[in-house]
Design a protein around this ligand. Sequence first.
Ligand code: CP
Length: 361
Amino acid sequence: MNHEHLYNIGWKAFAALAPEEKSRYLVRADGNPFHTLFAHQFDKNKLEDLIALANAIRQIAKTRAGSYFLRELVAHKRAMLYFSQPSSRTFLSFLSACQILGVQTGEVRDTSTSSEFKGESREDSVRTFSSYFDLIVMRSQEKGLAERMAWVLSNSERPIPIINAGSGKDEHPTQALLDIYTLSRSFERSGGLRNRTVVFCGDLLRGRTVRSLSKLLLNFDNIRQIFVAPPSLQIGEDILTMLRGRGAEYAVMDDLRKAIPEADAVYMTRIQDEWDEKRGESAALDTSRFVFGLEELALLRPKSIIMHPLPRREEIAVEVDRDPRAMYWRQMRNGMWIRTALIAQTFSTAQRVHDYFKQNM
Ligand code: CP
């Protein structure tokens, strides 16, 4: 693995780089990410490779012999699931992905039970994990922490990979991977992921999944992005600047019903009041134009889909779940397959999966 790149640059110099420039310090010799930290580490070819790998794994896992093959694939590896911020889907899908591949796991989900409680630094905690494990999957409420820890590990004697499982309000790259997988699968029989309109709705300012997916959508031809949110929770100017710089079409709106008829995909998100700076700040907002119920469903085109990274609150009515266009439960399961593919790729076993598929499926 070609992780030595991060040896060649100091932390301050690395942290100061533009996001796109950071990616070249994170690649292995085969061009795939060593550390998976940002959505923009994935171009269209890498996304297609990962989707093909997830599809192969998904098929192989359906047979008993195939599931035994997968369970042997990286059975000599161990992964630390270091989730210091709450999670259900990301944690459980990474855990399931490790189980599919035979990777044994350890976990810290509450730092009051680890020596961080005694004042150990994050750097020392992560170096401790690297003494026992071969991969760290890491969620944190702190923006940029996964990046800093990746730099620390790459400058240690045990430079194991880090996968960012959600950092602060900033990035959730593996959610964006599963979202792209879901969009690709949903449109594979109707022209693929191109010439589409994706409507994002909800708390777009503090929703890291939207930020990461918005970046990944730039890899596909003619994708228009529409951002629908209360003015105080609208998407960050940095994302709009990025879209303008790439010549991508976008619109900013404040009424979901006006956007739905144009959508191929409506991507709902919850109001993330855990980030409120003042108590009750979000509760005081009128969010009635940012919910998806049966009236909104009636406005959705027959082949369009509804997505949500979950968890949800009231922004999608449960009555909508029964509609075949409601994709969020399948989207969640897709996360397990794409994360299995990412771990298999991180441990350089993609070719073995494809070879097994060709010989046995
Ligand atoms: N979508 C997502 O990240 O969900 P969890 O917070 O439950 O992991």
